[in-house]
Design a protein around this ligand. Sequence first.
Ligand code: FAD
Length: 435
Amino acid sequence: MSERARLHVVGAGVAGLAAALAGMRAGAEVHLHEAAPQAGGRCRTVSPKGGDEGGFTHDNGTHALLGANPRALALLESIGARGGWIEPEPDGLPVYDAATRRLGRVGLHPLAWLKPDLRPDGLGFADLPRLARLVAPLPDTPIGALFAGRAIAESFVEPLTVAVLNTPIEIASARRLGRAMRRVLRPGGARLYVAERGLGPDLVAPALDALARGGARIATGSRLRALDGRDGRASGLVMADRTIPLGAGDAVILALPPAEIARLFSGIAVPDAYEPIVNAHFRVAGPARPRFVGLRHALSHWALARADHVSVTVSAAGSSVADDPEALSARIWDEVAPALREAGVAIGEPGEHRVVKEKRATIRQAAGFETPRPRLPFANLRLAGDWLTPLPATIEAAVISGEDAARDLLRGLRPPARASARAGRAAADMRGSAP
Ligand SMILES: Cc1cc2nc3c(=O)[nH]c(=O)nc-3n(C[C@H](O)[C@H](O)[C@H](O)COP(=O)(O)OP(=O)(O)OC[C@H]3O[C@@H](n4cnc5c(N)ncnc54)[C@H](O)[C@@H]3O)c2cc1C
């Protein structure tokens, strides 16, 4: 048996990184295995060959956090990366209407709507009970049915729904969005943050650095093919090139998407419906500090302008995900360029561009969908991933699932003195590097 509890985390997306960090702080010897050549999962930075030498590097897709995501923000704080997440639009979100070519601003917190110029278009008294119903913990219903025929459905509720749930409003779950909205109503909950430089430098790299400082072993290009089991416990990790034997005190967290869990354990019940997101990235000179603009009456939902590129998000993109990438990027740029210019963002003409289609961007979060609780065959095994909490499938959910899985597995294990001291030193290092 190992001197310290040994924790193997498989999958180095946000859930796996959070699990590994929590395991390290609990005193475990952490081994992180990632199939891809780089960590980050859906939060990876896309950096094709030449990226380090000035090639066109960008996030897989734009990711925003809200003040309503305390566990994600706390994780960033703990790895010294919180300062890299800034509010691009503290005075209300600029929203460009492609039909009228008019730019307005919308407050994300209902109290902001006391100012008429931050109110969603079409908001009327008849919407207030509907909005109250949305945030109330009542039986589930499709969000579209709650706002049928209301102008605010198009101007506010639909963009909010696809941004948070990545699921068409006609089927999206009011209960799941309501859980998120109750958090948004808390003080500071409606603040919108983006990574100033990108998900690589502002999330994934600091997490990997913190893990390395704490002594975690990180292997990329390391794919789990199967799990061996004996006497109700996982006894071996069958990797592509070898089998890693597991000792009596060893534990495993699979921080993997549902389809991988279904492949590893036949017959296990996991979600099998997904929704895509299309992202278009344009290499173009932009503002020194990031800006964030929403669009209405357009295919594009959001544009994030950074110093050297603009990234555009089309959520719940079922109707466009199969389209020709060149046609998509031309259409998206034609929509986004006037929106950014109207919002006062100076941009040049785009050079290189790239369309990233995430066909399984998130699980489909439809009304009536219940958070799965897969029955696992091994006592020393837990799952993590954004699909495993009742919250929307986002970074916050991924962090919660990873940290909770590690705490649950390692609960009661007292780290030996040497491990405690090392974890303590790592925590001190992290505090030292915090902004
Ligand atoms: C385009 C896009 C935009 C998004 N926007 C937002 C946003 O604005 N805000 C927000 O909060 N969330 C957003 N999300 C959701 C967010 O990205 C996810 O919730 C989060 O990244 C999920 O992390 P995860 O660790 O659960 O899963 P993943 O990131 O999918 O990580 C799973 C990891 O497991 C690895 N893996 C798979 N199989 C194996 C195997 N057999 N062996 C070893 N490793 C394996 C994968 O390579 C991957 O690295 C967005 C998602 C996308 C795609």
